[in-house]
Design a protein around this ligand. Structure first.
Ligand SMILES: NC(=O)c1ccc[n+]([C@@H]2O[C@H](COP(=O)([O-])OP(=O)(O)OC[C@H]3O[C@@H](n4cnc5c(N)ncnc54)[C@H](O)[C@@H]3O)[C@@H](O)[C@H]2O)c1
Length: 435
């Protein structure tokens, strides 16, 4: 199939590369000409395990191209996916201007029958709005269908998730659209995982329901972690005890610094806003957001309490900046708030991350000294903070650390270490939900 993907970010680029991998002819369009140039040369621009190899392979095979020009590819497209950003607008709702800009640009170029698929996370009704826009802008009689196909990939394992999805959700209003999307996704679900076909509005809502449910799961565990600290219980033990129950499950039960990233914070806000517009309150989702905001502050308060409120001139080593491991994405990363709060009080921050330093330089509005080596990063520091659970930090090497680290305290915002082990080496240790 001839596929056009508009927006070459974390979703568009991964989707485009994986559709090319299954033998389609893919053109990825982006308005950022610098990004397009890099993509044309095989540089994926973002860090996503496995992506570069797959991208280069498909460029070489001539199955994927990158361009800024819609008119070169839209007229021949069988399917057009929109995969542009849907950030939070001023009032908390999803800002859809990237989608409308894209649709306004490609609609007049539509030629023969085309299926227009929205892959962005966008409120219920977005794809109907897109359909109305196209009807107003495309040449009279242009044949097209619209569909919603929310994306469920996780950054850090995005390629794997796209190639082997748990499920594919498609919202359609015609059997022609259903047939095309099933054909496109069939190679990814040969293991028997389902393609759920539903109406447009249910597909759009499914994505928000998933993200707000997962956000609530994280916030629930962070609530329990706060209680553990008061009661002298250990959240890790509680988690193990809970997760053996198949009704609860094992994933997303980790307490830490709260959820971040480009999706949960904005999607939780957007669904609350949508509900309010329709007179619904969604108290559980609202609480998930409140708990999440408190969670970062709790961690900051713990640090300030230890230093009796005086962190001025003290050096803090920060291990991990990205909102989670295996990604360079700094959007809504908890590290931003923690670092900015400490800097505001006069702290000196030395920080490291295996891949997110470049993005951190623009995301964090504070004077931070960055280190590529996490051991060097602790030189002269009075405290060590773990803010992202990268695997390379997990093995605690007291000998190596002692040589560089003069401080006595460790704040482990991701519970990667065992408190009693760390204390054996003479450190004060603070995790989340553990004494
Ligand atoms: N990142 C994720 O993990 C993830 C997962 C599932 C769903 N989503 C959703 O997918 C959508 C895209 O997210 P993302 O993280 O890939 O965003 P992104 O910011 O990484 O990428 C968006 C890209 O779209 C380009 N763009 C913007 N306007 C354009 C236009 N008019 N024409 C062409 N290109 C344009 C931008 O230059 C950018 O490269 C969002 O709605 C998001 O909520 C994201």
């Amino acid at each position: 199939m001839n596929i056009v993907i508009i927006g070459s970010g974390y979703v568009g680029l991964v989707a485009g590369t994986c559709f090319a991998e299954t033998g389609n002819d893919v053109t990825c369009v982006d308005i950022d000409s610098n990004k397009v140039k890099k993509l044309q040369s095989g540089d994926p621009v973002i860090y996503e395990p496995g992506l570069e190899t797959l991208l280069k392979k498909n460029i070489k095979a001539g199955r994927i191209k990158f361009t800024v020009s819609l008119k070169d590819c839209v007229p021949n497209a069988d399917v057009i996916f929109t995969a542009v950003g849907t950030p939070t607008g001023e009032d908390g709702s999803a800002d859809l201007h990237h989608i409308t800009d894209a649709v306004k640009a490609f609609a007049p170029l539509l030629d023969s029958y085309t299926l227009i698929v929205n892959k962005c996370t966008a409120p219920v009704g977005t794809i109907s709005m897109v359909k109305d826009l196209i009807l107003g802008l495309a040449a009279k009689g242009t044949e097209f269908d619209v569909a919603s196909n929310p994306e469920f990939l996780k950054e850090g394992v995005a390629v794997q998730d796209f190639l082997y999805p748990d499920r594919v959700v498609i919202g359609v209003e015609s059997s022609r659209a259903e047939k095309i999307l099933k054909e496109l996704y069939e190679p990814f679900v040969r293991n028997g995982n389902p393609i759920h076909v539903m109406d447009l509005r249910s597909a759009e809502l499914t994505k928000y329901a998933c993200n707000s449910f997962l956000a609530a799961k994280i916030s629930f565990m962070n609530d329990m972690a706060a209680l553990c600290e008061k009661l002298g219980a250990d959240i890790n033990s509680v988690r193990h005890g809970m997760s053996s129950d198949p009704r609860i499950g094992k994933s997303f039960l980790y307490s830490g610094l709260g959820y971040g990233g480009s999706c949960f914070p904005k999607d939780v806000k957007a669904i609350i806003r949508t509900a309010a517009e329709f007179g619904e309150d969604l108290p559980i989702v609202r609480s998930a957001e409140t708990v999440n905001l408190h969670q970062r502050q709790r961690f900051i308060d713990k640090i300030l309490k230890y230093f009796k409120g005086d962190v001025k001139g003290k050096t803090f080593a920060v291990w991990g900046l990205a909102f989670k491991p295996q990604t360079d994405d700094m959007r809504e990363a908890p590290s931003i708030k923690v670092i900015e709060a400490l800097c505001e009080k006069g702290a000196v921050i030395h920080a490291t991350d295996p891949v997110a330093i470049d993005n951190a330089r623009t995301a964090i509005r504070a004077d931070v000294k960055y280190f590529s080596d996490h051991i060097e990063c602790v030189d002269n520091a009075e405290a060590l903070l773990v803010l992202t659970e990268w695997n390379e930090y997990r093995t605690f090497d007291p000998k190596k650390l002692k040589k560089h680290f003069q401080g006595r305290v460790i704040f482990d915002g991701r519970n990667i270490w065992n408190p009693s082990e760390i204390r054996k080496y003479g450190y004060d240790y603070f995790g989340v939900g553990r004494l």
